[in-house]
Design a protein. Structure first.
Length: 682
């Protein structure tokens, strides 16, 4: 949950024993039972706070999962959980899951895997602050469970309850969490003991916290006591590691201490907070920070300033180590520290601490402004109304719209191609005439630039204006494909419309990022480790290479190569070169990437080499042209746009670098990139 602290504790000895014994026989990875067991182990490692070990299990398991196996979606789901602070990487795994369900018939076959894809997509939207879209994904996942008669484990209710809580709508949060808890206890038989304990215990604690923040203290006390009773019950059954149980007790004791402090029962508050801070457990994520903060508050209120200073120092030491996991505790610490400094007469330091408190509080509030604007109930009602209206569409009208849409898309696409072709042909003719008419060169150049500017302006406006209708038609086709009332011929026609629209949008986006982009746009750069950027690109695209049984080798040492670049644009160039290598290499091929300093240490040299089909001699001079005639179909029939290398060349030249290649037909190609090197020390 978003607001539960300290429940996840290491119980690595048991888990590692299972992991290492399970991984001894690599051939078992093709067995479904074995794969499911390994996925469950990775999930347990995440719960235990051993994310790195969990990711290691998943990476070893990946070659044994076929891309057409529904278990690949479970793999994507767990990988996305590991990258919860990197929404762009999470998006890749969510998109991969969507690709698996491109054939909508699979949704009915594997509803539980589809629900995980919906959950991952919703979580990505939360990370990107697209809260309306997240509700769409969560609600669709819940509807799929209901439609297929699957048990609703309350996961989506708990997530929506977390949204309410973060909006500070505490009573709606509490009611939604209670609903999720009731669904959870009715549907958790297939969970491991550890995950069942974690979900039940943390949900009870969060319900109590929501009621406490909402001012319903009696209800809060009821759920805190219920949580503590549940922990003691599980402890008596000896099925959960002691450290894990003690971690849960720390959280409950902390909340009970704060509860009694709020009621003015200082004696009970001190007892609970003292038990929390004295619990024999190693602090792995800052779980002891809240009770130390509250102890400091207690001591300040009772004028025990020496003890208050000790508690503040304990909290600060842990905040310095676990700051990213505890931003709200950091804000509370500065407020308490300001009070302490004021009581000890150090007013200047109190003013500085108060200023830090206000600054951090306002920064956190500003980052949540979009969240506060979200009306969850109204948005869910709108989603349900939209679903009801969609179900009333008549088949005859849909066919008519489909035919009209097809003609519009084809017509618009032809217009774009004709205008682009005409623009490029006119430019070439004008350049030829300029060479023959030296006396009129200056005038001709000016006219040519004016003509090109007008054409590009027109094309940019058209491309922008075309995106909305094409996107709308594509979305309409996708929505209609969700309906079950069409014949196979109609569904085929709708799929044609959808795929044509998608390819049209891809072409337009490529144009806007290349020849139609603003040449005068200022390119923002920052200090980036290019070696780490290339390593990340290789790791992500290895999944794509796996589809052709290819291997990408990364050849570099561990010394960072930091220079000033635009991260997104250089990432795009690396991806273009590696994707091209994958596309034009045969199944089972090897792709080698390397990065190092030049001999004079003034440049970074990056290379991508393949053993694919190579580049014909007649095409080498035009390979970097936009819509190059040298474009070829990939070894598995992959369709090219002819834009990637043209875009890459422009990006590298904007970085004051250069790009070139060496190629032998039917032997392979090596692309080189040279970038200026400016280390941090220079």
């Amino acid at each position: 949950m978003l607001f539960s602290r300290g429940v996840i504790i290491l119980y690595s000895q048991i888990i590692f024993a299972i992991v290492f014994s399970s991984c001894l026989n690599r051939d078992k990875a093709t067995d479904e039972t074995y794969v499911k067991k390994q996925l469950q182990i990775a999930d347990s490692l995440y719960i235990a706070g051993r994310g790195d070990s969990g990711i290691a299990v998943l990476k070893k398991l990946r070659p044994g999962i076929n891309i057409a196996d529904p278990l690949i979606c479970d793999y994507y789901y767990l990988m996305a959980q590991h990258y919860t602070l990197q929404p762009e990487v999470m998006q890749l795994y969510a998109d991969s899951g969507m690709i698996f369900f491109a054939n909508t018939d699979k949704i009915k076959q594997y509803p539980e895997q589809f629900v995980k894809v919906m959950e991952t997509s919703g979580d990505v939207c939360i990370m990107k602050k697209k809260y309306n879209a997240s509700l769409h994904y969560y609600d669709k996942g819940r509807q799929i469970l209901k439609a297929n008669g699957k048990c609703d484990n309350g996961n989506f209710s708990l997530k929506i309850g977390g949204i309410f809580y973060n909006q500070k709508k505490f009573l709606p949060a509490a009611r939604t969490l209670v609903e999720g808890y009731n669904q959870l206890i009715a549907c958790d038989n297939n969970l491991t003991n550890e995950k069942r304990f974690f979900l039940r215990q943390s949900t009870l604690d969060n319900i109590g916290l929501a009621y406490e923040q909402g001012g319903m203290l009696d209800s809060a006390k009821y759920y805190y006591d219920k949580d503590l009773a549940y922990i003691n019950k599980i402890d008596s059954m000896a099925i959960i590691d002691t450290f894990y149980l003690n971690a849960a007790r720390v959280v409950v004791y902390d909340n009970l201490g704060g509860f009694h402090l709020k009621r003015g029962d200082n004696s009970m508050a001190y007892d609970y907070l003292n038990m929390a801070t004295k619990m024999p457990i190693r602090d792995v994520d800052g779980m002891l920070i809240p009770p130390y903060n509250k102890l400091a508050d207690f001591y300040i209120q009772t004028n025990k300033l020496t003890e208050a200073k000790t508690a503040l120092d304990e909290a600060r030491g842990r905040l310095n180590k676990f700051y990213k996991d505890n931003p709200e505790s950091d804000i509370k610490w500065y407020r308490l520290y300001a009070l302490y400094m004021f009581k000890t007469g150090r007013y200047n330091e109190a003013y500085i601490a108060q200023d830090n408190y206000i600054r951090l509080r306002d920064s956190l509030a500003a980052g949540s402004s979009k969240l506060y604007q979200l009306d969850v109930d109204r948005e869910l009602d709108a989603i349900h109304q939209q679903q009801a209206l969609s179900s009333l569409k008549q088949q005859d009208k849909i066919k008519q719209i489909s035919l009209i849409g097809t003609f519009i898309i084809v017509g618009l696409f032809l217009v774009i191609i004709i205008l682009i072709s005409r623009t490029l042909n006119n430019s070439k003719k004008t350049q030829t005439m300029m060479k023959l008419q030296n006396q009129q060169m200056h005038t001709t150049v000016n006219e040519l630039e004016r003509a090109n500017t007008n054409y590009i302006r027109i094309m940019r406006v058209m491309a922008h204006d075309l995106r909305n209708p094409i996107s709308g038609i594509t979305g309409l086709a996708a929505m209609l494909l969700d309906e079950d009332e069409f014949s196979d011929d109609s569904r085929h026609l709708l799929q044609l419309i959808e795929s044509t629209g998608i390819h049209s949008m891809e072409m337009i986006n490529e144009l806007l990022k290349s020849g139609l982009a603003d040449e005068n746009e200022v390119m923002a750069t920052q200090e980036i480790d290019v070696k780490e950027l290339l390593r990340d690109s290789v790791e992500l695209l290895q999944f794509k290479a796996n589809e052709k049984q290819q291997q990408i080798i990364f050849d570099a040492d561990d010394t960072p190569l930091v220079t000033h670049i635009n991260h997104e644009k250089i990432w795009r160039v690396c991806n273009n070169l590696i994707v091209n290598a994958i596309k034009f290499s045969h199944t089972g091929g090897i792709i080698k990437t390397s990065i190092h300093l030049s001999g004079d240490e003034r440049h970074i040299i990056l290379s991508v080499a393949d053993n694919g089909i190579g580049i014909a001699d007649k095409d080498k001079d035009s390979i970097f042209e936009m819509f190059s005639p040298a474009k070829r179909v990939g070894t598995n029939g992959e369709q090219p746009f002819g834009l990637g290398l043209s875009i890459s060349k422009k990006i590298i030249e904007k970085h004051h670098g250069k790009i070139w290649f060496e190629s032998t037909p039917n032997v392979g190609t090596v692309f080189y990139i040279e970038l200026p090197y400016s280390s941090l020390s220079s």
